[in-house]
Design a protein around this ligand. Structure first.
Ligand code: SAM
Length: 214
C-alpha cells in the first residue's frame, strides 16, 4: 500500500476540500505518517474519513477533526500545549510539529505506553506523556498556552481552566455522551469567551471533572 499517496489524497479530499487552510497545519499532516499510529489490523483504514480503533475501546479521531481542532488552537512555535487523551499519540505528533512542547495525559497505561514507543521511534523529543486522570491537569508543568481535550466532556473541567494562561485557548467537545459541540474557550481576564465550532462525536472523558466511570 502506498501510504504517501493515501496521505496526500486524505489531505486534498478531507482537509483542503473542507476548508482547512492553515499551511503549517497542512504541512504537519504531510509529515506525520498516520498509519504508524494505528494497530496493524486496521492500517488499511489509516487514511479513511472516520475514527479507527486503537485498543481499550478507544479510537484515533477522524483526520478532519484532528485538523480542525489543531487549527482552532492557533498553534504558534513558542507554545507549550497540554493534551488530554493521548490515545495513539497522533494528535500529539501533529502538535509537536507546530509548537515548542506538548504534554499529554492518557488514562489507559497500555495506550500511553504504545504511544510513547511510536513517538520515540519517530524521533519526537518535545512530547511528554503521563498516565492519569487528565481532568485534574498537569500541575508541575502548568500553566499552559493552550489546552486540547480530545474526549467528550459534560462541562469544562475546572482544573484545566485554572492551568490555562491568561489569553490562552482551550478546545474541547462539550455535550452528552451521544453528541457534542466542538467549543473554543478563550480566557480573558475574568471572562471566558466561548465559540461553538461544529457538532461532533467523541469517546467520553472519564475522570473526576468529566464523566464518572460506571
Ligand atoms: N488524541 C488521540 C489520538 O490522537 O489518537 C485520540 C483520543 S481518543 C478520541 C480519546 C482518548 O481520551 C482515549 O484514549 C481515552 O482513553 C482518553 N481519556 C478519556 N478520559 C480521560 C482522562 N480523564 N484523562 C486522560 N485521558 C482520557
Amino acid at each position: 500500500m502506498d501510504y504517501k499517496v493515501l496521505r496526500e489524497r486524505m489531505i486534498k479530499e478531507q482537509l483542503v476540500a473542507r476548508a482547512i487552510k492553515n499551511k503549517e497545519v497542512l504541512n504537519a499532516f504531510y509529515k506525520v505518517e498516520r498509519h504508524k499510529f494505528i494497530p496493524e489490523e486496521f492500517r488499511g483504514s489509516a487514511y479513511a474519513d472516520y475514527p479507527v480503533p486503537i485498543g481499550e475501546g478507544q479510537t484515533i479521531s477522524q483526520p478532519f477533526m484532528v485538523a480542525l481542532m489543531t487549527e482552532c488552537l492557533l498553534p504558534s512555535p513558542q507554545d507549550r500545549i497540554l493534551e488530554i487523551g493521548t490515545g495513539s499519540g497522533y494528535q500529539a505528533a501533529i502538535l509537536a510539529e507546530l509548537v515548542k512542547e506538548v504534554y499529554s495525559i492518557e488514562r489507559f497505561a497500555e495506550l500511553a505506553r504504545t504511544a510513547e514507543d511510536t513517538l520515540r521511534q519517530l524521533g519526537y523529543k518535545n512530547i511528554k506523556i503521563r498516565v492519569g486522570d487528565g481532568t485534574l491537569g498537569w500541575l508541575e508543568e502548568a500553566p499552559f498556552d493552550k489546552i486540547i481535550v480530545t474526549a467528550a466532556s459534560p462541562e469544562i473541567p475546572k482544573p484545566l481552566l485554572e492551568r490555562l494562561k491568561e489569553f490562552g485557548r482551550l478546545v474541547i467537545p462539550l455535550g452528552d455522551s451521544f453528541s457534542q459541540v466542538l467549543t473554543v474557550v478563550e480566557k480573558q481576564k475574568d471572562k471566558l469567551i466561548k465559540t461553538e465550532v461544529c457538532g461532533c462525536v467523541f469517546v467520553p472523558l472519564v475522570g473526576k471533572y468529566g464523566w464518572r466511570q460506571n
